[in-house]
Design a protein around this ligand. Structure first.
Ligand code: ZN
Ligand code: ZN
Length: 166
């Protein structure tokens, strides 16, 4: 499994994207929160999006490239928080807050190995694994909650690998 190493500070070659795919990934990266195909359609109507298949086609391709992950439990999509797609074949773990819908992405090669072992036991070649952990995040239910945490719920998720807001 040759994994291409990229020198520090050098970006890997960017996959060719159509203009629709670029519009969708830019939107998801700006929002940083789970977005449904219909939200995408609404947001990109001015840019020429007219029908759901346009959004779904772009999302499907971005998903195959590992640039977008589908959050099944919310029927929504988030941009991958890893800019270089290196974990394309790894297991992706998404923690989903059921209150604010904040999503945090993590990867774990050990988990991938375990799942690969399990799938070979049942003679299945697993291609992709997205695990969703559902629960309540610390912002929505802090351990020392005094009831004044409601304002914090709107500030959105902080995702690993991204700089916090200035
Ligand atoms: Zn990712
Ligand atoms: Zn939350």
């Amino acid at each position: 499994m040759a994994r291409q190493a990229h020198p520090t500070g050098t970006k890997p070659p960017r996959p060719e994207l159509t203009s629709n795919q670029r519009l969708v990934i830019d939107l998801l990266r700006r929002r940083r929160s789970p977005t449904t195909a219909y939200d995408i359609l609404d947001a990109l109507r001015e840019k020429g999006f007219r029908a759901p298949p346009q959004a779904y086609r772009a999302l499907e391709r971005l998903r195959k490239l590992g640039m977008v992950h589908r959050v099944d439990s919310l029927n929504a999509f988030v941009a991958c928080c890893q800019s270089d797609n290196t974990h394309q074949s790894d297991t992706v773990v998404l923690s989903v807050c059921t209150v604010c819908h904040g999503v945090t992405e993590m990867t774990d090669p050990k988990l991938r190995k375990k799942v690969t072992d399990l799938s070979s036991q049942c003679h299945l070649r697993a291609e992709r694994l997205t695990v969703e952990l559902r629960g309540c995040c610390l912002q929505c239910d802090p351990p020392d909650s005094t009831g004044d945490n409601i304002a914090a719920a709107g500030s959105g998720p902080v995702r690993p690998g991204e700089k916090s807001q200035e």
